[in-house]
Design a protein. Sequence first.
Lengths: 274, 890
Amino acid sequence: VSIDPRTIVVQGVKGGVGTTTVSAHLAAALSDLGHQVYVFDFCRQNSLGLYFGLSFNETKGLAVQLSSGGDWQDAIFQSFSGIRFFPFGAAFDLDLNAQLEQFFLSNPMWLTEHCQLLQAQHSDTQPIYCIIDAPRYPNGIADTAIAAADLVLDVMLPDAASYACMIKRHAYDMECGVTEKNNTQRRYLLNGYSPTLELERDICDLLQTDIGELILPVAIHQDEHIKESIAQKQNAYEGALASQARRDFTLLATWTLAYFGEATDSIKMTSLHR
Amino acid sequence: MEHTVERRFQLHLFRKLSHAFLFILHCILKPAVAKKLFSRVIGFKKGQFTKTIAYRWQLIWNTVFALPFPIQERMNSFMQVYYPHIDWMRWHWYYVISIPLQTIWLLIKKPIDRHQVSIHRKLFHQGWAATKKAPRRWIHWSRSHATSHAATFAYIIRKIASNRIWQFKLTRYAFMFIATLLGILCITIPFSFVAQALFLVALWVIALWLRSIPGPVPTLVMITLSIIVSTRYIWWRATNTLNYDDMIDFGLGIGLLMAEVYAWLILILGYIQTSWPLHRAPSVLPIDQEEWPTVDLFIPTYNEPLSVVKPTTFSAMGLDWPKEKLNIYILDDGKRDEFRQFAEEVGVGYMVRPDNSYAKAGNLNHALQKTNGEFVTIFDCDHIPTRSFLQVTIGWFLKDQKLALMQTPHHFFSPDPFERNLNSFRTVPNEGELFYGLIQAGNDLWNATFFCGSCAVLRRDPLMEVGGIATETVTEDAHTALKMHRLGYTSAYINLPQAAGLATESLSAHIGQRIRWARGMAQIFRVDNPMFGKGLTWAQRICYSNAMLHFFYGFPRLVFMTAPLAFLLMHAYVIHASAIMIALYVIPHIVHSALTNSRIQGAFRHSMWAEMYEAVLAWYIVRPTTVAILNPDKGKFNVTAKGGLVEHEYFDWMISRPYIMLVLMCVIGFFFGIYRFFYGPADEVSTVVINMVWITYNLLILGGAVAVAAETKQVRTAHRVTFEIPAYLRIPGGKLISCMIEDYSETGLGIAVTNGDMLTMHQSVDVVLQRGLRDFTFPAHVVHLEPGHVGINFDELTNEQESQLIQCTFARADAWMYWNDGRKGDKPLASMKEVLSIGVRGYVRLIEHTMPILLPLLKSMGKMLRACLLVLPRTPDITNVTITKFESNS
């Protein structure tokens, strides 16, 4: 393989901050900008598929295939707009989470190798983007994912609870050193931001003074469009074309591309503003 | 679209049948009903009987003359060749004339067939065509090779300039001596008619070639050529064209010559001033903010409303500069409580003084006494700075300790009266752009940039050394800069719009402002003449003198306006020479200066527009400049009114009185000219023609001045600035709609949305503008709704919100960067056509406002003129007619 895939892990500083939303929409945004994207759902809630129109009753998924020794390629689904994703899968008689953890413990390089395999299937020149919706700590699956990551996005809400968790997380990172490969530091992404609320504005300011550029210059606004889209089993790129959330995610994707040193087509950027 | 024969026949048949049906319908229906029914098809208005008849006639024609298809088709193509200007499917009344006329013409004139011409004619034609093409080919060649020419040119120049011989003073002086000698020779040697013609054609060809090569050196050569030609003209005028025998001729001739000498002098001084504009880039500040100096920012105001001062204050507060090192003061000569209260609320300084002596200068001097920052920056109360202003300007002060002044351009985001009344806003450079785009940048090379009263930074020490802002004249700014230059301090100019303001809103206010400038500059010229006194370099003397002398154009301009009358009315030969010689000298003088100036100034002033600007102001600045020269203490400072409305369209009779007087004189002269042409002596005809051309030109330029005086409405108090900024709207219910702001003002926004379905009229929305992670929310409501676009007006904004709004819009660092993008460059001939057509429009407007009764007459005259052109017969060209073509009639 002449080019490496780019692996982005999306994790939450605590539960319920919207990692799945961010993973799904970041994937949709990158795909919209013309990149090949694979999304992995590593959370046992198995909710990623909902953003891509997957049937609620579908039980197939990566965890199921891997723990039962099936073909991993059977776990690839494709959304209506062409995004390929691996649902977690559902099997109520087994603890899939523990089994997948076990699997990764015995095959620590599985993720890296298979991302490269996917890359090889596509192109020698254009890197693909593998986005992993990782469960929050402490979790062995998350450790495996982060070990393979080129970029880790820690999603947080602009509230005090998230802030407290974030500070702890950051202090831990500072103490133990960074865990990802290539020594990249984790970045923090604000989700569900309502700048009209004074508290949220203050937390935003506080974050900027505390961790500086580790907080992304893009925040995802609290936009009802997202909820409405999911209610229609769509993501904002299919269901809410004029929404600010969609533009926020496009900006996030643009930031991501810039992070990887890729210039975004300026024409596409202007079309984004329209 | 090509159809098969059958298909064409079907179409043909169908068309015939439908015409027959329509005709029958048209005949059996009641006229009123028919009218109603057919009005869409024919497009007639009430009572247009002829059109109804015409339509009926057309239907008959189409039905009755339903010849067999092939014949009809051949007929069609025959008609198209021999009656090319007749549209047989649509009837016009003037066809009654044009069809018989064309028929007669066809009987007389043989159709053109270039295949069947004699061999001689063919050769002649070919030769002529080649000759005609040659210049175009040559121009094409020189253009396509322009870059390689430029490289060669630059190479040669570099070779010559880097030669060692220039290091010796002797060679330099020797070459200068030879060049001067040659120049004198070129200028003074008398030529015969043919020699003069050849000489000028040669220079002209060189100038045309140089025009296509970019770079400053070809500009310098073009300037040299222009100076030679113009000086030669002036020399010839002074030595050969004055009639010493007739006292009246002589007196008037001297008058005209003086005016021409003045124009020549300004031309040459201008060339020197703008020969090599220094496009200075900002200098970077030290990284350590401790090293940044302290700045006092003054906003002087007298009678402007608070709404004008507020945005300026807010954006001053938002300047990117350490807060503890920036002190903002509102200097209120109006002494209003409202202002004091506002300043306290937002936390800026507020100063009043016991008296109002020396207007703005006195106001600033009072503030200078009370403050002590290292630097002083001044913003007229309607000039809104961008946030980057200080960071862009201060850098050079730290680099150059002698630097006393840094000026930036005055940019206006509302149209001035010229732009508004001539509808040229943002498409044609306005009056001020030449000065701020080119002249100040040209001055910068010579260290002669002067202060313009606003949007500038001054170092306090030199300013205090010259006694603060000068108070002797009404243009205190230029005079202060002159005083600092005399003490050996330097000045600089950065041509980046870092602040923007309102232009004058009416022509009378505009003229008032220019009168003040003219008076002030004339005052300085009298009391502190830059040509004399110590401390200035020769280039500074030239630049300052040109800036001041420029304002004396009033009298010469009036002389040029009235000069042809001397001959036409009084039969005085003011130029004592044959018409052909005059043409041979004048035309090259005009052409060369136009070509050179178009190259130097094109981006900042289109050709010929100066004529109109000066024609408007000429009369008004004659008196103040003359008075100021004779008695410099007279005249007071008048405040320029801004931010007002022109509620009704009206014609400013007071202002336009002098132009109308001049127009009347020129018209009388014109009629005299016609009389002289027919009844005067035969040897005078060419002189009459030259004077008639001149006076027609003057009439058209004056028409432009008249057009400016017809004030069009200005209904917005807050001017909309076109600029694209991404934003989003929050609608009740928590949905955010992403959108793009298209234009903004202090009171509302124009917004582009992809999906406006979620919005309703008068609905409340929050507009959110972003700056990094910071979002600024502004409550507003929808006032305008159309597919793809929404107009919103802000609700009552708090001071904080208003400040944020200014930060996000007017104070953006890039707010004015792209102002001129998409503007077309100067094309001398096209520009001339535009200016002259504005002149014609001026007379139409004049008639609109004086005798609206004549308007229909004027309209029908225009129609007649067009009809006359349509009626004229045309010689058919059958060169390429070989096959019958079927043309779709619909």
